[in-house]
Design a protein around this ligand. Structure first.
Ligand SMILES: Nc1ncnc2c1ncn2[C@@H]1O[C@H](COP(=O)(O)OP(=O)(O)OP(=O)(O)O)[C@@H](O)[C@H]1O
Ligand SMILES: [Mg+2]
Length: 500
């Protein structure tokens, strides 16, 4: 398929190569690659920060959609590049959304596909924060202002001189104000940059922590795996041996129905009938226990997927299930609230090429938030469990306070997976918990935004999840109603990996 016919999600094939990702991350200049329709195919981290790209996905989006104010001269330059020209400018102004102006130096050229046809353009740019010209002009103005002030303050200064100097003074005052405004703008810009840097630093620390946690989990799971398999394998044999021994014992009893007094005393002492009945049950429960440990270990390994730094085609539902397994202890009924029911509504899905460990981290964040919201709703509703019946805590658990079925709160999480387009899947995680106010919904994905008490929430869960989904070329959004519940939707394009 020719590059200009590619659908936006297909640009993602470029991003499946980890080395290419590293190239984008670490290239020290701002470079972006476009198709023939000026749709973004790739851009270096520097480009994204220089031009203030927010958290939304940019791949496949048209440059003019992101920057509707793009001046005609640049559109013309883009067109010229598509005809095979190389365009550049050593000083050009770039007006940001907030009206501030920056000076940039840029260069653009076409790129050619394997058939030798122009597939699109590549642009590089550099922001020149303070040009030499403005610096020098500023110094000149400041010197002139100082001279004028000195002149006016001379006692023998004539009236005409004063008028002339006054006009000059006004002019210089205007320039100085402009310079002050520019300085203010730059300070504002610097503040924003520092803010951005702080955010990035915290996110890096958080992802580093998650990666160490993943390594630890994967390591522990690996170490437990061997002895558990050993126990599990031997229990099967032990079961067979015990069965044989018990059969042999029965045969002895049938063949020698009159045992000696000593044997009879021993049979009595060890309570042989109970032992023969209990031993197989005991072995069976040991087998169930070992089986469960094996399952947990498998989930832990699956969850951390620490060994998979590359994109791999996986069954998304397995990731959700292993995350649920890890959160099992939080879903169970407690002495103060009933069990949280999980309803799975899984539609068959193809394998999805993704960073499985990272997507599991997203499921973990969304599910943990849903559990928190259900617990909050439970506390706010002032419910309590009394003799296995649901009652209002306020009414002191008396029989008369038992609620009607319609009044009873059943905490639930519904997880649905479905295909939404030919090349896109959606995972919906919905809870009937506390829900959110529109104000909370607006700030939801902001780093450090949390409504939880200090020490409980860091407010990073959703912002990191957003970035992970974005990295997969997908979308993460939420619908919520205060007091009724919340639904998070993850949409991910299906990338086609070679040899999967
Ligand atoms: N399912 C949900 N129901 C209601 N509110 C939610 C839900 N998910 C998130 N929120 C709100 O969004 C805020 C931000 O969530 P986020 O996961 O980013 O941080 P956190 O849960 O507060 O802390 P952390 O995840 O870092 O421990 C939460 O504090 C909460 O107010
Ligand atoms: Mg959270």
């Amino acid at each position: 398929m020719a590059a200009h016919q590619a659908s936006p999600s297909q640009f993602m094939y470029l991003h499946t190569c980890p080395e290419f990702q590293l190239f984008l991350e670490y290239t020290p200049t701002a470079v972006a690659m476009f198709d023939r329709h000026m749709r973004y195919m790739a851009a270096t981290r520097r480009w994204l920060t220089d031009y203030g790209f927010q958290q939304e996905s940019y791949i496949g989006r048209e440059h003019y959609e992101i920057f509707p104010q793009t001046p005609d001269k640049w559109k013309t330059a883009h067109q010229l590049c598509l005809t095979g020209c190389t365009e550049n400018s050593s000083t050009d102004s770039f007006v940001r959304e907030d009206g501030s102006v920056e000076w940039v130096k840029w260069k653009g050229c076409p790129w050619y596909d394997c058939n030798g046809e122009i597939g699109g353009t590549i642009f590089s740019s550099e922001i020149i924060i303070e040009s030499k010209y403005t610096q020098e002009a500023e110094i000149e103005k400041q010197t002139a202002l100082a001279t004028t002030i000195k002149d006016i303050s001379q006692p023998n200064c004539a009236e005409t001189d004063v008028n002339h100097s006054e006009a000059q003074f006004r002019e210089l005052y205007r320039h100085t104000r402009q310079a002050a405004l520019n300085a203010q703008k730059q300070a504002h810009q610097l503040e924003r940059t520092i803010e951005e840097l702080k955010k990035t630093q915290t996110q890096l620390v958080q992802s580093e922590k998650m990666s160490s946690l993943g390594q630890l989990v994967a390591g522990v799971a690996h170490e437990i795996n061997n002895p558990v398999n050993f126990i599990f394998g031997n229990i099967v044999h032990a079961n067979g041996y015990v069965e044989d021994l018990l059969n042999l014992l029965k045969l002895y009893q049938q063949t020698y129905p009159q045992p000696t007094l000593e044997i009879l005393e021993e049979i009595d002492a060890i309570d042989l009938d109970f032992l023969m009945m209990d031993l197989p049950k005991l072995l069976n429960s040991m087998k169930i226990g070992a089986d469960r440990i094996r399952e947990i270990v498998r989930s832990l390994r699956n969850f951390s997927r620490h060994d998979e730094a590359q994109m791999k085609a996986v069954d998304i539902r397995e990731g959700i299930d292993s995350t649920l397994m890890i959160l099992q202890h939080r879903l169970k009924a407690t002495t103060t609230r009933p069990e949280i029911k999980v309803i799975k509504d899984y539609e068959p899905l193809p394998l999805i090429a993704c960073y499985a460990g990272q997507l599991n981290q997203v499921f973990m964040n969304l599910l943990a938030n849903a559990i928190d919201a259900l617990e909050e709703q439970w506390i706010q509703g002032n419910y309590a469990i009394c003799n296995s019946q649901l009652a209002l805590r306020a009414s002191g658990c008396s029989k008369s306070s038992v609620l009607q079925e319609s009044q009873i709160f059943h905490p639930k999480i519904r997880i649905a997976t479905k295909m939404i387009e030919r090349d896109c899947i959606a995972i919906c995680i919905a809870d009937n918990g506390s829900g959110m106010t529109p104000e909370v919904q607006k700030r939801l994905f902001d780093p450090f935004f949390t409504t939880k008490p200090v020490g409980v929430g860091t407010g990073l869960g959703l912002s990191i999840s957003y970035q992970i989904v974005e990295k997969h070329g997908g979308k993460l959004y939420c619908r919520s109603k205060l007091g009724q519940g919340t639904e998070f939707v993850i949409e991910i394009p299906i990338h086609h990996l070679e040899n999967t």
